[in-house]
Write a protein that binds this ligand. Structure first.
Ligand code: F6P
Length: 319
């Protein structure tokens, strides 16, 4: 059985270390190994190439993905999924490792219900919003990019007596915002999962300003879609010149952190071992309380990720 690896949806740091480990480990297990370029689009267009060591040499430290990724509208249509299946068959590929998020897993669930392709997903997204796993590949690197930006923004905020409202990614999930607010000592954190206590914060921060506070650092999750409103509220409530900084796609780039490299290696070995041992896999590797296990893809995609209680508890201290 030949094996293939593919990235799908938003790229994330950690994809390259996973690709490297996949090729090395599959070779070690005497498997023919393929790289699917350009994600689901490449699956349809037969951008499927046999891998050799040279393809994956010197990539462990690089962000993004050397085999690229995509979001595909065509894959929603059966006729294109059939073409994708024929392409995989023509290379003798029966098992696939897919690095991606919810949308990618949904696509693979459909695909593997129609065709005999075994598939194991590795949750990979900076948003950390996939049901069933505490950790998604790429999150640690993204958090460190945000931390670096916030440390710098704090320097200028404190030197200039200003408020800064920093918008971070995460789609509809506040994980990046909460984790960053807590670890960067922000005064305000606005996320989709929690009502923002305007009255309480206005009272508390104004008291602090009276007692010498000179600046405010506020983090807002893009999923709230309230950046403009919160900017105006901060400026009016605290009388501080307020700037907005939208971090955007820099959060998705950068060299994978040590943690993401280690997690990429471990996730990948788990995924390959599973494919080698099972003939009908349709699973996602999940990581909880320090251990890997496997969850039916159906369960992963039909449930919504919830922010862990300990983060919701900690964020209360900001109120
Ligand atoms: O899912 C990863 C992510 O970076 C989200 O945080 C963000 O909302 C989205 O992708 C951005 O997507 P695009 O790259 O298509 O603009």
């Amino acid at each position: 059985m030949a094996l293939a690896i593919m990235c799908s949806g938003g790229d994330a740091p950690g994809m390259n270390p996973a690709i490297k480990k996949f090729v090395d480990y599959a070779f070690k297990m005497d498997r023919e190994t393929y790289l699917v370029y350009d994600g689901l689009e490449g699956l349809i267009d037969n951008q499927i190439k046999k891998a050799n060591y040279k393809d994956v040499a010197g990539i462990v430290h690089i962000g993004g993905t050397i085999i690229r990724s995509s979001r595909s509208k065509r894959f929603f249509e059966y006729k294109y999924r059939k073409i994708a299946y024929k392409n995989l068959k023509s290379h003798g590929i029966k098992g696939m490792v897919v690095l991606g998020g919810d949308g990618s897993f949904r696509a693979m669930e459909k695909f593997s219900s129609e065709f005999d392709i075994n598939f194991v997903g590795i949750p990979t997204t900076i948003d950390n919003d996939i049901y069933g796993t505490e950790y998604c590949l790429g999150v640690d690197t993204a958090l460190n990019v945000i931390r670096d930006a916030l440390d710098k923004i704090r320097d200028t905020a404190s030197s200039f007596n200003r408020a800064f409202l920093v918008e971070v990614m995460g789609r509809d999930c506040g994980y990046l915002a909460v984790s960053s607010a807590i670890t960067s000592g922000a005064e305000i954190c606005v996320i989709p999962e929690k009502k923002f206590p305007k009255k309480i914060l206005k009272k508390r921060l104004n008291k602090e300003i009276k007692n010498g506070r000179k600046y405010i650092l506020a983090i807002i999750s893009e999923g709230t879609k309230r950046t403009k409103e919160m900017h105006d509220w901060i400026e009016n409530s605290f009388g501080l010149d307020t700037r907005v900084s939208i971090l955007g796609h820099i959060q998705r780039g950068g060299n994978p952190s040590v943690h993401d490299r280690m997690m990429a290696f471990d996730f990948t070995i788990e995924a390959v071992n599973y494919l080698l041992k099972h003939d009908d896999s349709n699973k996602v590797v999940v990581f909880n309380r320090g251990e890997f296990s496997f969850m039916e893809i159906e369960e992963v995609v039909s449930n919504k990720y919830q922010l862990p209680q300990h983060l919701l508890d900690v964020i209360k201290y900001l109120d």
